[in-house]
Design a protein around this ligand. Structure first.
Ligand code: GCU
Length: 596
């Protein structure tokens, strides 16, 4: 037995590098989510005290603990004030807060006080953080409550029993890019950090509706609505009342072990981009009630055809990142509406929300305005595929996304990743995610953005067996200037399921002009779109496309004279106003496809 090393003068917070383990519970995850549809929301947004913490001193020392004193009660020296100093707006990205923090990666601490006055003596209180990138640790009144892994999905932590009238909440957020996280270290977008979506309180009765998911049973008959409900703290006699007033439906169903999937006979008007019809759906369980506006539609595949409500559809799409020159990854309703207006102007009926779950506003507004969405988890490029902890993180992010947006008719595809090399460990990892998505959600298609098999110049990827639709990223004309290979790709490929060209395009700085062979000019980019569209027309198994990308966006790998820290493949410049020539080429094609 090795003799335990004992140092006479050990001071743990400067000699121990094992400080992280006690905070990495990942206990805030998809299993602790609750349904918030129609619930009252109390926001904790606003100015929070803020400090960066590049050496994790806060976790080492315990910046959440009460002030330390000596035997006489005199305060010992300290290095952090949770109630003084710099403040930052929540939600926001710390990179945009001030120039010194632009490229900051590491930990940062948020703190604020808030008053809590109970409304019901037995109410339960949950904190919801819409998203914080990446590892988020929550402390309340000097107690560590737990942490969440993942930079783009919401999570909850129960505060019941820990609250007093005056409370101090502290949140430590770490956005380091590491080998075992999802995404990993190398990404082609900007690694923003911080609490960048809303932070809110929810009050619920002692027994409440935890999960509420409604969908049209995909039986090609359009005559049944399934509603899956799960409640907390149910007893054997409990039941749930479900109402869809506009359909004249009010039915009660017994709960088995706190859950039920009720099948309700109904023939709702179907949701589609052309007619985004939604119904108010309500549920009542003891003193708890929720309501949601839900569209009912069926998305399915037959051979190489994608069908919406039984009719073949061509997905006229465009990719979009969550990125803004002023606000970074923080999205507002106006920002999302602008994205969708530009997409509609382009002639789109579809968007690929790359490469991570976007703000829930996106699916909510897409439901309203009539756009179909591809939503994706950031299993991007190289991932630590052999690592079980990495798989658990990726699957949790996927289930958090699915649970968050389950009732959004606009979401038609869950994507389990992007441009991953076809290896055995990647196949096990991503087929596992595909199966998890299919098992949890029978109402949507599953896909991934795959790479061309460049050895065979063919659409071929072992993951395709586990997908309903094959996403394909190909950059013939840009990274591979040889258009002849694009023709060969078409000839060599014979997929047995629909293909969506999930990325293609070229960089061009807006206003840069030259010949069609001058890279980074608008004319070059325009020619790539022309040649791509000419080819895509000939491939009858291609049932959609979402070229890369709607707007130029920040990318910390691109610094040449045209890029200057941005990826310039946007059809519109980063000012979200200046259109490039290629915009009109794609618009012309989509207008033709839409039968204008
Ligand atoms: C890849 C990747 C994108 C990237 C794009 C590019 O396909 O999926 O995230 O930005 O190519 O190279 O511009």
């Amino acid at each position: 037995m090795a003799v335990k090393e004992q140092a006479e003068n050990l001071i743990e917070h400067i000699h121990s590098e094992a400080y992280g383990a006690r905070y990495n519970l990942q206990n805030l995850n998809h299993a602790t989510m609750l349904c918030v549809a129609g619930r009252a929301r109390e926001q904790l947004n606003g100015r929070w005290f803020f400090t960066v913490d590049p050496y994790d001193t806060g976790l080492r020392v315990g910046w959440h603990l009460p002030p330390e004193t000596d035997a006489q009660g005199n305060r010992l020296p300290w290095d952090y004030d949770p109630d003084d100093g710099e403040t930052i707006q929540v939600p926001s990205c710390w990179n945009m807060h001030r120039p010194e923090y632009f490229y900051y990666e590491g930990s940062a601490w948020y703190a604020r006080e808030f008053t809590y006055l109970p409304e019901q003596s037995d109410e339960r209180v949950f904190l919801r953080i819409g998203a914080a990138n990446y590892d988020t640790m929550v402390f309340l009144n000097h107690q560590y409550l737990g942490n969440h892994y993942g930079g783009s999905t919401p999570f909850f932590v129960e505060l019941t029993g820990q609250l007093r009238q005056k409370n101090v909440i502290q949140v430590c957020v770490n956005n380091d890019r590491t080998l075992d996280r999802v995404p990993c270290r190398n990404i082609d977008w900007f690694n923003y950090g911080g609490i960048y979506r809303d932070i809110e309180l929810f009050r619920v009765p002692p027994a409440f509706i935890q999960t509420f998911q409604a969908y049209l049973v995909p039986n090609n008959a359009y005559n049944q609505i399934a509603v899956t409900v799960a409640v907390s703290d149910a007893t054997a006699q409990d039941d749930i009342q479900i109402s869809i007033p506009e359909l004249g439906i009010t039915q009660t169903f017994p709960l088995q072990d706190g859950r039920v999937t009720a099948i309700i006979a109904a023939t709702p008007e179907l949701w589609s981009p052309e007619d985004p019809k939604r119904y108010r759906v309500e549920a009542r369980f003891r003193q708890d009630s929720i309501s949601d506006m839900i569209g009912f539609r069926q998305i399915s595949v037959e051979g190489t055809t994608i069908l919406l409500n039984g009719k073949p559809v061509f997905l006229r799409g465009i990719c979009v990142h969550e990125d803004d020159a002023q606000t970074g990854k923080t999205s507002s309703r106006e920002d999302v509406l602008r994205r969708f207006q530009h997409a509609k102007e382009l002639g789109c009926n579809f968007l690929r929300l790359a490469h991570y779950p976007h703000h829930e506003l996106s699916a909510e507004i897409a439901d309203e305005v009539g756009l179909m969405l591809w939503e994706e988890v950031p299993v991007y490029w190289a991932i630590d595929f052999p690592n079980p902890a990495t798989y658990k993180d990726a699957e949790n992010q996927l289930l958090e996304l699915i649970k968050r947006d389950f009732n959004r008719a606009s979401v038609i595809i869950w994507s389990v990743g992007n441009e991953n090399a076809d290896t055995d460990t990647r196949l096990a990892f991503m087929s596992g995610l595909a199966k998890a998505a299919k098992a949890y959600d029978p109402s949507r298609l599953v896909s991934a953005a795959c790479l061309v098999n460049h050895q065979k110049i063919k659409i071929e990827d072992r993951l395709a067996e586990f997908l309903d639709v094959i996403g394909l990223n190909e950059y013939y004309g840009w990274y591979n200037p040889n258009y002849d290979e694009l023709v060969q790709l078409g000839r060599n490929s014979n997929p047995d399921k629909p293909v969506i060209i999930t990325e293609t395009g070229a960089d061009a700085r807006a206003g840069e002009h030259g010949s069609r062979s001058d890279k980074f000019t608008e004319e070059y980019m325009e020619e790539v779109y022309r040649r791509q569209i000419a080819m895509i027309r000939t491939l009858d198994y291609v049932k959609g496309m979402s070229p890369w990308i709607l707007y130029d966006f920040r990318a910390s790998r691109r610094f040449n004279r045209y890029q200057q820290g941005f990826n310039r493949k946007g059809l519109i410049a980063a000012d979200k106003q200046t259109k490039k020539l290629a915009f009109y080429v794609l618009q012309g094609f989509y207008r033709e496809k839409a039968g204008f």
